[in-house]
Design a protein around this ligand. Structure first.
Ligand code: FES
Length: 132
């Protein structure tokens, strides 16, 4: 018999990809697109906003490199592609503080790669599932 899940330790848990790859890697990497700076900004801003129940973690590759910089927020499992500190600020205010969604930055599970030619023939997870 299973028992109920325990209460959440963090109200929200954010994983920001800061993975680094060689410059010639076909999938690229989030750190080459300023993810380290964006994650540091998010961490500082969350602290400034008093979000002590939100954890902003650095992550290795989340396997959605072509959209990077990427982040995912749990427990809801909402993904974002973040380009600027203004994007980060909007996610903090709208998602983490107000509980809403920044739809213009969200990544959907079946989202096609931004440029299939840049994906080095690596299909998205949804495309791979549909083909099998
Ligand atoms: S390098 Fe960031 S998702 Fe892969």
């Amino acid at each position: 018999m299973s028992r109920a899940d325990p209460p959440l330790y963090y109200r929200r848990h954010v994983f920001c990809c800061v993975n680094t790859r060689a410059p010639d890697h076909p999938r690229g990497c989030c750190s080459a697109k300023d993810s380290v700076k964006l994650r540091a900004h998010m961490k500082a801003r969350a602290k400034q906003r008093g979000l002590s129940d939100v954890r902003i973690n650095a992550s290795q590759c989340l396997d959605r490199c072509e959209f990077g910089p990427t982040m995912v927020i749990y427990p809801e499992g909402v993904w974002y592609a973040v380009k600027t500190v203004a994007d980060v600020d909007e996610i903090i205010e709208t998602h983490l503080v107000q509980g809403g969604r920044v739809e213009r930055l969200m990544l959907m599970p079946d989202q096609p790669f931004p440029n299939e030619a840049d994906s080095a023939g690596v299909p998205s997870r949804a495309a791979a599932s549909a083909a099998s």
